[in-house]
Design a binder for this molecule. Structure first.
Ligand SMILES: Nc1nc2c(c(=O)[nH]1)N[C@H]1C(S)=C(S)[C@@H](COP(=O)(O)O)O[C@H]1N2
Ligand SMILES: [Mo]
Length: 555
C-alpha cells in the first residue's frame, strides 16, 4: 500500500450525523481535540508503565528494593494491619507478594482509567497523577531504611520518564483525533473516519501515534525485563525467610532508669531504623544466606568454612553492645546501641585454633572492605566479641551487614565491625592492612571516652533546667559525668543505671540558667579514672577528643 502525502483536513463522525466527511480545509488546532476514552486511558497507562519500568531498571543497579513498585509494595505491607498481612499469607501462601504487586498494578490501571477520562483534552490531570505517584514512590523509597542512599534515584528516574512520556504521547494522540467539525471537543463516541483523502493526515498522525506507543511499550518492556534480569538476588526475600533466633543466652532485660529519654537522651537500645549507618559501598551488598559462606583461615590449626545454617546452629548469644564510629565529631551522633544476636567470636576462633604469632584478625566483606582487628583483643576472655546475625530481635538489616557482621565491644567500627562478612584470616600486621589504614587512619583504635549533651529540647525558661546527655567509654565503663554552665563550677551529673561496661550511659543534671545565653559543657570520667581531655582533636587518625558544649537560650 502506498502512503499518500499528508494533506490538511481531518475526518471523524459526529454523534448526530454519522460518518460525515469533514471539510478538507476545516483543520483545527489540536487544542480542540478530545481523545476517545480508550486512547486517553492507553496514554496514561503507557506512561505509567514506562515510568515504573524505568524505575525498575535503575533499581537493578541501586538495589531491587528501590524499584518503585516493590518499595510501595513493601511499604503497603508495613502499613497494613497485621491481620490483613496474615490473611494474605494464609490465602495466597508464597504467592502473597505477587498478589500484592498485581493488586497495586490493578489499582494503577484503575487510576489510569479515571485519569484518562479526565485527560481527554488536557494533559494536566495525567501529569498530576504521574507527579503524585512519583512522590509516593520517592516517599516509599526514602522511608525504607534498608535501602542505600542512591536508592532514591530509581523513583526519581521513573518520575522523570513518566513526566516526559505522558505529555508527548498525549500530544501525538490529540494530533490524531480531531473532531470532524473542527470545533473544540467532539462527542464521547467521536471516531475517525478512515476513508478518502480527508483521512490521509489522520492516517499519518495515527501512524506516528501508534508507532510511538508501540515504541514506548516495547522500550518499557525491555527496561523492565532488563531490570529484572540484572536485579541480582532478592536479599530482602532471603532475610524475610530467616526463622526467628532463639538465643541460648538472652541479653538481660533493660533495667529501669537506663536512659533519660524523657530529658532528651536517646533510648538505651537504638531501634534498627535509627541505628547510624556507615559504609564505603555505594550500593549495599546483597548476599542471600544461600550464597553465603564464611572462611576462617590463615594462621589457624583447622581452617573452617561455615554456611549460614552451620553458623546459626552454634549456641547463639544476645548482647547489648554500643557501636561507635571513629568519624564521630565531638557532640556527634555516629554511635548507637543494639541487642546483637550471634555467635561468640572467641569460641569460634578457638575451634579453628589460633596459631601463636597471629597478630591480626583480618576480616573481609563481600564488597571488598577490610578491617584488621588485634587478635589479643578479640581473644580476651571477657571481650564478648561476636559474629552478629541478628539485631534487636530481627535478622541484621541489609544496610547493617546481612547476613553476618563482626562486632567487637570497645573498638571503633572501622577496625572491627565488618559488615557482609565473608572471610576471616589470621595473619600478622606486616602482611596486610585494613581498608582505612593506608588512607591515614590508625591501625589500632579503641573507642575514646566521650560525652555529649542531648537535651533539653524545646523552649527553656530561666531558672532550674534539667540538662541531659549521653556518655560512653565502651568496654571500660563510665564512672562520672560533670557539667558546668559558662565558666561556673563543675557539677556532678546523675548517671543512668549501667547495663554493662559495653553500653553507653546517660546522664542528667539540674543546672541554673539565666535569661539569655547559657553555654553548657560536659565531660566524662571513665572507669580507669581518666577524664576526657579538653583539647579538641580531629577525628583522624583515631577519634576526636574534646569537651562538648551547647549554648541554650533561656527566656
Ligand atoms: N563492609 C563494610 N563494613 C563496615 C564498613 C564499611 O565501609 N564496609 N564501615 C565500618 C565502619 S567505619 C563503621 S563505624 C561500622 C558502622 O556500622 P553500622 O553501619 O551498622 O552502624 O561498620 C563498619 N563495617
Ligand atoms: Mo566508622
Amino acid at each position: 500500500m502506498d502512503t499518500p502525502p499528508e494533506q490538511p483536513g481531518r475526518a471523524s463522525a459526529g454523534p448526530d450525523d454519522g460518518a460525515r466527511r469533514a471539510d478538507a480545509d476545516a483543520s483545527t488546532a489540536p487544542d480542540g481535540a478530545r481523545l476517545p476514552l480508550g486512547t486517553a486511558v492507553l496514554v496514561v497507562v503507557l506512561a505509567l508503565f514506562a515510568a515504573l519500568t524505568a524505575g525498575h531498571l535503575v533499581a537493578a543497579v541501586v538495589g531491587p528494593g528501590a524499584s518503585p513498585l516493590v518499595a510501595v509494595g513493601n511499604s503497603v505491607i508495613d502499613l497494613a494491619p497485621s491481620w490483613l498481612v496474615e490473611f494474605g499469607k494464609d490465602v495466597f501462601g508464597t504467592k502473597n507478594k505477587l498478589v500484592l504487586l498485581l493488586g497495586i498494578g490493578l489499582a494503577l490501571v484503575l487510576l489510569g482509567v479515571a485519569t484518562g477520562a479526565a485527560s481527554r483534552r488536557k494533559a494536566a490531570p495525567g501529569v498530576g497523577l504521574i507527579a503524585a505517584l512519583g512522590a509516593v514512590g520517592i516517599a516509599a523509597v526514602v522511608t525504607r531504611t534498608e535501602l542505600g542512599q542512591l536508592a532514591v534515584a530509581a523513583p526519581i528516574v521513573g518520575l522523570l520518564v513518566g513526566i516526559v512520556v505522558f505529555p508527548w504521547l498525549h500530544r501525538l494522540a490529540r494530533e490524531t483525533y480531531v473532531d470532524s467539525s473542527g470545533n473544540a471537543g467532539g462527542a464521547d463516541d467521536v471516531r475517525t473516519v478512515r476513508t478518502g483523502a480527508d483521512a490521509r493526515l489522520t492516517d499519518a498522525s495515527r501512524r506516528r501515534f501508534i508507532g510511538s506507543s508501540l515504541g514506548v511499550a516495547a522500550g518499557a518492556g525491555v527496561a523492565g525485563l532488563t531490570g529484572q534480569a540484572f536485579a541480582g538476588p532478592d536479599v530482602q526475600a532471603s532475610r524475610a525467610d530467616i526463622a526467628p533466633f532463639q538465643p541460648k543466652t538472652t541479653a538481660p532485660p533493660i533495667p529501669k532508669g537506663a536512659d533519660f529519654a524523657a530529658n532528651g537522651t536517646p533510648t538505651l537500645i537504638t531501634p534498627n531504623r535509627d541505628f547510624y549507618t556507615i559504609h564505603t559501598a555505594l550500593v549495599v551488598p546483597r548476599v542471600p544466606v544461600d550464597d553465603w559462606t564464611l572462611r576462617i583461615h590463615g594462621m589457624v590449626d583447622r581452617p573452617l568454612t561455615l554456611t549460614y545454617d552451620e553458623l546459626r546452629q552454634r549456641p547463639l548469644v544476645e548482647r547489648t553492645l554500643t557501636l561507635a564510629c571513629v568519624s564521630n565529631p565531638v557532640g556527634g551522633r555516629l554511635i548507637s546501641t543494639a541487642n546483637f544476636i550471634g555467635v561468640d567470636l572467641r569460641d569460634l576462633l578457638q575451634e579453628a585454633g589460633v596459631k601463636p604469632g597471629a597478630e591480626q584478625l583480618y576480616s573481609t566483606s563481600h564488597d571488598g572492605f577490610t578491617a584488621g582487628t588485634p587478635v589479643d583483643v578479640v581473644m580476651e576472655p571477657d571481650r564478648r566479641a561476636m559474629l552478629a546475625l541478628g539485631m534487636n530481635g530481627e535478622p541484621l538489616p541489609v544496610s547493617h551487614g546481612f547476613p553476618v557482621r563482626m562486632v567487637v565491644p570497645g573498638l571503633y567500627g572501622f577496625v572491627s565491625a565488618t559488615k557482609w562478612l565473608v572471610d576471616l584470616e589470621l595473619t600478622t600486621w606486616d602482611a596486610k592492612q585494613g581498608y582505612w589504614q593506608p588512607r591515614g587512619w590508625a591501625r589500632e583504635a579503641p573507642v575514646k571516652t566521650q560525652s555529649r549533651i542531648d537535651g533539653p529540647l524545646g523552649d527553656i525558661t530561666a531558672g532550674d533546667v534539667v540538662v541531659a546527655g549521653t556518655a560512653w567509654a565502651p568496654h571500660v565503663g563510665i564512672d562520672a559525668v560533670e557539667v558546668r554552665v559558662d565558666d561556673g563550677p563543675w557539677q556532678r551529673a546523675e548517671l543512668s543505671t549501667e547495663v554493662s561496661v559495653d553500653t553507653w550511659r546517660m546522664w542528667r543534671a539540674t543546672v541554673r540558667m539565666s535569661r539569655g545565653e547559657n553555654t553548657v559543657t560536659c565531660r566524662a570520667t571513665d572507669r580507669t579514672g581518666a577524664t576526657q581531655p579538653e583539647v579538641e582533636t580531629p577525628v583522624a587518625p583515631d577519634g576526636a577528643t574534646g569537651w562538648h558544649s551547647v549554648t541554650f537560650t533561656a527566656r
